[in-house]
Design a protein around this ligand. Structure first.
Ligand SMILES: [Zn+2]
Ligand SMILES: [Zn+2]
Length: 239
């Protein structure tokens, strides 16, 4: 109910008020030129296990784990304007903001994303939200990102993973150990299709400690996916 009222208020606001910059508040567009110019795609990708530089975020051979991620790529540093866009999408219930941002930086995002593909044809799997959160928010930002990527690349999206436990937000937990404990057993594979020699790309808006993606990856490898990557819009490394 509150989500619906907020949504109505936002729709009214967008009709009655001219758009304003998400980051600095300047009138005219959802992101002004000055703020837009501060955004650069991440040129530094790291191995998600040792956090040292790695080409396209592909996990180093020596860092590979049996049910671990084979790579993790993020388009932008999670900071400044990008941080505000991601945050306001999620907590301001403005999913259009995310789509506008993706369209604006289409070229850079798709170019980075294709580095991960390495001639494979993966399935895109968005990180699911618990039903109660979807009801409250009205959308899952990871799914919006996955559907947008699918439209741009022609790859299929599969909502084959469900969140069966309503976990605390990972950002509210400080230690790696707590984050790991919070997410263990939170997902279930719900598709009847069994993957054979298939690559999956887990899609999410941000990557912080990586424990959510790593838990989802363990599940996907257990049910038979051969290769699993993570793609996020924003992550912890910039230039
Ligand atoms: Zn601005
Ligand atoms: Zn490594």
């Amino acid at each position: 109910m509150i989500a619906l009222l907020k949504h109505i208020a936002l729709v009214l606001q967008s009709i009655l008020l001219p758009p304003f910059c998400t980051s600095c508040g300047a009138l005219g567009s959802y992101l002004c030129k000055r703020c837009k110019d501060t955004i650069n795609p991440s040129s530094r990708q790291v191995c998600c296990y040792c956090l040292r530089p790695a080409y396209a975020g592909i996990t180093h051979h020596r860092c590979r784990r049996r049910r671990g991620l084979d790579g993790a790529y993020h388009s932008f540093l999670y900071d400044g304007v990008v941080r505000k866009v991601v945050f306001k999408t999620k907590y301001g219930l403005r999913h259009q903001l995310l789509t506008d941002f993706l369209n604006e930086f289409q070229e850079a995002i798709v170019a980075g994303f294709t580095l991960l593909l390495a001639n494979k044809e993966p399935i895109l799997i968005p990180v699911p939200l618990h039903m109660s959160k979807v009801r409250k928010r009205g959308f899952n930002q990871a799914e919006i990102l996955a559907r947008w990527l699918a439209k741009e690349t022609g790859l299929p999206v599969q909502k084959s993973v469900m969140r069966i436990r309503n976990t605390s937000p990972q950002s509210s937990l400080i230690s790696r150990k707590d984050r790991r404990r919070n997410i263990i057993g939170a997902f279930r594979y719900v598709s009847k299709e069994r993957p054979i020699d298939t690559t999956a790309i887990i899609v999410d808006d941000i990557w912080t400690s990586g424990s959510t993606a790593k838990e989802m990856c363990r599940l996907l490898k257990r049910v038979g996916f051969k290769t699993v990557y993570l793609f996020t819009l924003a992550g912890p490394y910039g230039h």
